[in-house]
Design a binder for this molecule. Structure first.
Ligand SMILES: Cc1ncc(C[n+]2csc(CCOP(=O)(O)OP(=O)(O)O)c2C)c(N)n1
Ligand SMILES: [Mg+2]
Length: 330
């Protein structure tokens, strides 16, 4: 039997099984969305595939009844862990009126849900970073003990918004966690052509905060480091920069053809480290993910995805008259 790593982190067998269930749910929703897109039924997909472990590991390290998340477009794992349902995700994919994210005014992947403290963002990448810093500042001023987690790609860590936000958070010791999901590409640009430093986490020193690079395919490694970062934040010790390294297993989006800039062999190699496989194997080796549990879990998730697809496909679009709602004061 393999070494039990999660127990040492204070995680029960049920909790790690739940982590896996959410990772798998995100994967299956994403896979369905690609099918729907290729069938001409939904306009756009931007995938979580390859990043689910980092997303779910980070979410589980937070207080999901109190903390705020400012996710980016790939963070299906984060938002499911924070309470968004498969049905709600599908309503956004089909751009239907009932989509809680924005009533489908924004593209899919622009997550926002007030009741679950998922803060909506804009399409220009990295604009969520100063927002997360502002939320952390508000929490500190009001003497509340929540933290904010903001995620973004490694390419986005080159935007001014990151550097300004990180500097401000460092100076004012704000309870914010910056998590870079390094998936090795920014659309067609490989990471070697994005950064002159070795690791994104090297940048932390410039802003007076600790920086860590962890295996983004391992939800337990991400959980551990985010948990420590949340404790630092709550103790008034300030922000943390975390780089979770994985790989983008799909094209950038449903409008991108990645065959034009990377080799299939590279993607195949990365697939061997896919967390759905490796974390699944970890749970199987400890007899936590038994054959029966796995079969049942697969069936339950497939049913959820099927029901959500049918519901969202048949749901009404927004009335054209509502287009300007929330734009002008009424
Ligand atoms: C300010 C800004 N510039 C460019 C774009 C177009 N764009 C959308 S996603 C993306 C790549 C971002 O790469 P990365 O931050 O690594 O995230 P990933 O998509 O790899 O997860 C770009 C250039 C944008 N949305 N906003
Ligand atoms: Mg990237």
């Amino acid at each position: 039997m393999a070494e039990n790593r999660h127990e040492k982190l204070g995680l029960t067998d049920d909790q790690v099984l739940e982590m896996y269930r959410i990772m798998l749910t995100a994967r299956k929703v994403d896979e369905r969305m690609w099918l729907l897109n290729r069938a001409g039924k939904i306009p756009f997909v931007i995938s979580c595939q390859g990043q689910e472990a980092a997303q779910v590991g980070a979410a589980f390290a937070l207080d999901r009844d109190k903390d705020y998340v400012l996710p980016y477009y790939r963070d299906m794992g984060v938002v499911i862990a924070f309470g968004m349902t498969v049905k709600e995700l599908m309503l956004s994919g089909f751009a239907k009126a009932e989509d809680p994210n924005s009533g489908s005014r924004q593209m899919p992947g622009h997550f926002g849900q007030k009741k679950n403290r998922i803060v909506t963002g804009s399409s220009p990448v990295t604009t969520q970073v100063p927002h997360a810093v502002g939320i952390a500042l508000a929490g500190k001023m009001e003497k509340k003990d929540f933290v904010s987690l903001v995620t973004f790609g490694e390419g986005s860590s080159n935007q001014g918004d990151f550097h300004e936000g990180a500097n401000f958070a460092g100076v004012h010791k704000l309870p914010v966690i910056f998590m870079v999901e390094n998936n090795k590409y920014a659309i067609s640009i490989p990471v070697e052509r994005q950064l002159a430093c070795e690791k994104v986490s090297d940048r932390a020193i410039g802003y007076g905060m600790p920086g860590y690079t962890v295996d983004g395919n391992d939800p337990l490694e991400v959980f551990e480091v985010v948990k420590q970062a949340a404790e630092r934040g709550r103790n008034g010790e300030g922000p943390t920069l975390i780089e979770a390294v994985s790989y983008r297993l799909t094209a950038h989006s449903s409008d991108d053809d990645d065959r034009t800039y990377r080799e299939k062999e590279e993607v195949d190699e990365a697939r061997k480290k896919d967390s759905i496989i490796t974390f699944g194997n970890y749970l199987r080796s400890l007899d936590i993910l038994t054959e029966d549990i796995e079969k049942q879990m697969n069936e339950e998730i497939t049913d959820l995805v099927n029901e959500a697809t049918d519901y969202a496909e048949n749901a009404p679009y927004a009335d054209p008259e509502s287009a300007l709602k929330y734009v002008y004061e009424e």
